[in-house]
Ligand binder design. Structure first.
Ligand SMILES: Nc1ncnc2c1ncn2[C@@H]1O[C@H](COP(=O)(O)OP(=O)(O)O)[C@@H](O)[C@H]1O
Ligand SMILES: [Mg+2]
Length: 257
């Protein structure tokens, strides 16, 4: 079995994300659909990307490809110097465990496990003997130290999303991918989750891809990438602080992720 290197031990300063001519074609009832077309993207270590675009543009599909949860139909996906080409599902899962944290819009927590068990799970899979200690510390870091034995059903939406964040960060991933992490939260709770994400990312020098619909959140990222109809149509650097909604198109504000 091939050896899976963690990005943080990678000797070369390769970009954390390198996509070269990536496309995704899926076959549906109506025939073949081109979901992503010729995506080229290089993301250096520590950079945060706001990934925006209208509903159905391909944002989630792109995130799934970068996570190794979906295979590109063509092109090259290299994450932290590790090529996804011809890797088994097992190798991709192992690579993800050591290097990539994923936050899904609808949390994806396991309902029959406590918050602590949910967060410890990826570390247990990775055979870490300190899984529970680290999980407890991660829950503490997201302000849920007092909720560790609660089940997801006993937690609010914001608390569940914070558990999901703790789970994504617990392995100290070099890359964090988040798909509309505040999409199901009220404004105030969402703001708190985003604040926490940027703080954790900064503390851990995490490269971050944040799919969002909120112009203010996108503007907090170092760079905004816009996808329309499966293609990158626009990208620009931000100063990471602006909250000027005019820099995001009207279509974007009116759209629905
Ligand atoms: N498994 C699938 N089979 C066929 N089409 C799909 C599949 N998953 C997503 N799509 C289509 O791919 C396009 C992009 O979807 P998605 O990546 O979820 O967009 P976004 O996250 O930007 O809203 C949409 O048109 C969607 O209907
Ligand atoms: Mg989506």
């Amino acid at each position: 079995m091939s050896k899976i290197p963690p990005i943080k031990l990678s000797p070369q300063e390769a970009p954390v994300i390198s996509l070269d001519g990536v496309s995704l074609n899926l076959t549906s009832g109506a025939g073949e659909v081109n979901i992503l077309r010729d995506i080229n993207l290089q993301v250096p270590r520590g950079q945060s990307i706001g990934l925006v675009g209208p509903s159905g543009a391909g944002k989630t599909s792109l995130m799934m490809i970068v996570a190794g949860l979906e295979r590109a139909s063509a092109g090259e996906v290299v994450i932290g110097g590790f090529s996804y080409q011809d890797r088994s599902e097992d190798d991709l899962a192992k690579f993800r465990r050591g290097n990539v944290g994923v936050v899904f819009q609808d949390f994806h927590l396991i309902g029959t496990m406590t918050a602590l068990e949910n967060v410890a799970l990826p570390l247990e899979f990775a055979g870490r003997p300190d899984a529970f200690e680290r999980a407890e510390a991660a829950l503490d870091a997201v302000g849920l130290g007092a909720r560790i034995v609660h089940y997801p059903g006993q937690l609010s939406g914001g608390e569940q999303q914070r558990v999901a964040l703790a789970r994504a960060f617990v392995g100290n991933p070099a890359l964090l991918l988040a798909d509309e992490p505040t999409g199901n939260l009220d404004q105030e709770t969402g703001d708190r989750v985003i604040e926490l994400m940027f703080t954790l990312a900064k503390t851990n020098s995490t490269t971050m891809v944040l799919i969002t619909h909120d112009p203010a959140i996108a503007e907090r990222c170092d760079r905004i990438i816009r996808i329309v109809n499966g293609r990158i149509v626009d990208e620009n650097a931000t100063d990471g602080r602006r909250t000027d909604p005019d820099s995001i198109s009207r279509q974007e504000r009116a759209g629905d992720c």
